[in-house]
Design a protein. Structure first.
Ligand SMILES: [Zn+2]
Length: 470
């Protein structure tokens, strides 16, 4: 009997491992896509065509060589034709994305909270309790986020520029996944079945009585639309619009002893034309003199922050107006001494969830933008790029505003630790580093360590009850 049981256990756990390996194989393929994006976006090349080639001799890769991780091992890290070495970064990126996918799956759906004999319950997130079949769209939006964060990290580290499309893709996928699942649950189950007590949704949402938040988030999104239309029509001016002009006159003054000896980095202005009110640090950096060292010398950062505040004015105004209108519309409000005020109408599930995604986008991006504006006003130099604002807006849409804000602060810790390591390793302090990589790492850490983080907060704040972040 015991033997039969253990054999059944073994079969079940093998089945579990096979499922996770499938998820990881899928992750490795998307890791392969990350390699393509990282190589091609900064060069302005298409993603689907041309097919993958050896960068040195342009020999096309066969299907076998295109297999993630194993293709590289199969080739022994060299091109089949010209024998030039192929960077180990490719299989490493594929392996990292594969691990992220597998770990995300296990963190949400491990049977009985165990995987490979490890008790994962102190780490697992509650919203996976409904199982993969129930919550797979939300899983997809999380792993799409990991894919885009990995690509943003690598591109930002090299070019000081985050392609805006990599922040929009996760935001759009999150909107479709969350709202789609909400509609599906309303249609099939008549609403939300709670997987765990106190659980509402995978991300913080306004809640059934949160009309103020509903109005504010819709107003905020409309405000962003208004500002972007004004920007496109020339009603308001893009910030840092005169940077190129300033760079030219400034460079003319500089004596350049050996212009031919300076290696020109590839052009990386993809997406910069779509940025609202922005010029990215590196989007203007088409020569080495226009890199971050020059960018930091631009003298009008304070003045440009005013432009960005004007850009944000419709967003803030419509947020307040939206909140006031929604609260009024939902009335009359009844006061109950037990459950507080509640409105005549409750927020429908799909609207609640949609506004949760909007709140994530607005607050996630807003906190970084606020930091950028205050920081730039304080030091008179541009603090944080608008690419970072977009990145954390996308993060907020996928995993909620709380995780996005925590990820932003975690990024500062990651940055400090990385600077200390760099100092020890190289003996000197690198001054101008892009912040995007820290944001990406900080976000992933916060998502995977949510439960330990809640425990830490409970201890630090000496809360009598365990703090639970939605
Ligand atoms: Zn070759």
């Amino acid at each position: 009997m015991t033997i039969a049981l253990s054999r059944l256990d073994l079969m079940l756990s093998t089945f579990e491992v096979v499922k996770v390996l499938w998820v990881m194989a899928f992750g490795a393929c998307l890791g392969s896509l990350v390699n393509v994006l990282v190589y091609r976006i900064p060069l302005g090349l298409g993603v689907v065509t041309p097919p993958s080639r050896c960068p040195s001799c342009e020999t096309r890769l066969t299907w076998r060589e295109n297999i993630p991780i194993f293709g590289w091992i199969f080739l022994g890290g060299r091109c089949r034709f010209c024998r030039s070495p192929v960077s180990a970064e490719y299989p490493i990126v594929e392996a990292v994305v594969a691990l992220l996918f597998g770990a995300t799956y296990v963190m949400l759906y491990a049977e009985g909270g165990r995987f490979l004999g490890l008790d994962l319950r102190p780490l697992m997130l509650e919203w996976g309790a409904g199982g993969f079949s129930q919550t797979w769209p939300l899983f997809v939006s999380v792993v799409v986020l990991w894919t885009c964060l990995t690509a943003s990290l690598l591109i930002d580290a090299r070019t000081f520029h985050i392609p805006i499309v990599l922040t929009w893709i996760p935001a759009l996928v999150a909107l479709v996944a969350h709202v789609g699942l909400a509609f599906h649950l309303s249609a099939t189950q008549g609403g939300l079945t709670k997987a765990a007590p106190g659980w509402d949704w995978a991300i913080p949402t306004p809640g059934p009585h949160g009309w103020g938040w509903v109005g504010a988030s819709i107003g905020g999104m409309l405000g962003l639309g208004v500002s972007n239309i004004l920007l496109a029509r020339g009603g308001i001016t893009r910030s840092f619009a005169d940077y190129d002009q300033w760079l030219k006159t400034h460079e003319a003054k500089e004596i350049n002893p050996d212009p031919a000896g300076i290696e020109t980095p590839p052009q990386h202005n993809v997406g910069s034309s779509q940025l609202p009110a922005s010029a990215e640090p590196a989007s203007a950096a088409t020569s080495s003199a226009g890199g971050p060292e020059m960018w930091i010398q631009y003298p009008h950062a304070r003045r440009e922050m005013l432009r960005e505040l004007i850009f944000l004015a419709p967003c803030i105004g419509l947020m307040l107006l939206g909140a006031a209108l929604a609260i009024r519309w939902a009335g009359p409000w009844t006061h109950s001494p037990f459950s507080g005020d509640f409105p005549a109408h409750t927020v429908p599930l799909w609207l609640n969830i949609m506004c949760g995604v909007f709140m994530g986008y607005l607050i996630g991006g807003g906190v970084v933008w606020l930091w950028r504006i205050l920081g730039s006003l304080a030091v008179g130099k541009e603090a944080l790029g608008l690419g970072d604002v977009h990145l954390m807006a996308g993060v907020g849409a996928c995993i909620g505003w709380i995780d996005s804000v925590l990820g932003f602060f975690a990024a500062a810790f990651v940055g400090v630790i990385w600077a200390v390591i760099g100092r020890v390793a190289s003996g000197k302090l690198q001054r101008h580093l892009p912040f995007g990589p820290y944001l990406a790492v900080g976000t992933v850490l916060v998502w995977f360590l949510k439960q330990p983080l809640e425990l830490l907060l409970t201890l630090v704040l000496r809360s009598p009850e365990r703090i639970h972040l939605p």
